[in-house]
Design a protein around this ligand. Sequence first.
Ligand code: C5P
Length: 423
Amino acid sequence: MIRILKNKTLLLGITGSIAAFKAAGLASQLTQAGAAVDVVMTREATQFVGPLTFESLTHRHVVTDVMALLPDSTIGHVAMAKRAHIFVIAPATAHTIAKIAHGLADDAVSATALDTRAPLVIAPAMETGMWENAVTQENVAKLVARGAVVVEPGIGRLASGASGKGRMADVDDIVDTIRAVLGRGGDLANRKIVVTAGGTQEPIDPVRVIANHSSGKMGFALAEGARDRGARVTLIAGVHSQRVPRGIELVEATSACEMRDAVLREIADADALIMAAAVADFRPAQQAEHKIKKGQAETIALELVRNPDILAKVAERRKKGNKVEDPAISPALAGGARVSGGNGRNLVVIGFAAETNDLLANARAKLEAKNLDLIVANPVPQSFGNDLDQATLIERGGAVTELPPMPKEELAEKILDFVNTLR
Ligand code: C5P
């Protein structure tokens, strides 16, 4: 389940493109994420994929005709237009885009677009010539000017067999866009949240690195969750195995030093920093210019030097910054002064403690040493790369919340709930 999609009614419009078969995956993903998905199709779309496919995936009635009634005798496309939280047309053909841009309403999809007041997302799919044609671009610009969000088509193989721009965007990118649009004005709106994710890599020589097993899952879930609640999100990512989500600013930072620079730069106008990255504590004292040869040696020694502790640097910056002593902001903060990241706003700082032993004692010590508002204590290695995490949240004021094992997306929401309480 994805919180922003749960209990939402999404209206999916499908028009006559071969990419209609991908809309089945989209309808399935959205339904499994907890949304009610109404589907409205043009006649041409039904020639590519039958309505029964969508009825089976969504367990809801599908409308293919402007005159069609729902089982309760309401007019299908009108009822769907009214109850939708968002209208997504995927795939959207050049013809449908043109009709909507001009207010024509002679099929179920364009009639619904005219009637609904829900925000409109379109994922165009067409041949390159049609997409690049000035008239299509003008029509798309008209829709954008009226508030529509376009999920740009990608480059790839088209229906004709040729390769070019016009291929419908990936389903995951469309889902990202839906989540971001639904999340506008959410409880973290007007806040900038910086999240770090993944592991750092410290070069030994041009081909070898010191690395760790972090997958980046937790940090990416936090970034996506914050975006879904309306925040402006900057994700500072080390090495990870995640898909880069839409609606988030991504900053790549491979080594600990690069990550420190990026964090100190990005927090200047931020409201919260969540350090989920697994940062290497040490790096090789020197990076060899050429690949190190094994030669005849049975052992070799690698000299390591300490990496900067990014959270400690942030704590230093906070001490030097505009000090805003306001324990009234949260009772959890009595006893500790919160200070800004330099923008005159309070910076909420959250760290993670990944430990193999003495988890809570180690986490408490880090909360103190790094002057955090909250620390998320989780056991490793079992949480690395796992979809589930069992965490304990320890607040600066001493409150401890032991959470049951849960998907990282859900844990991310709990951490973001905490950020939201510190206004
Ligand atoms: O000290 P330790 O690495 O266990 O602390 C974990 C927390 O500190 C995490 O939030 C991690 O992102 C952060 N950290 C850091 N700079 C380092 C190492 C860890 O900010 N050099």
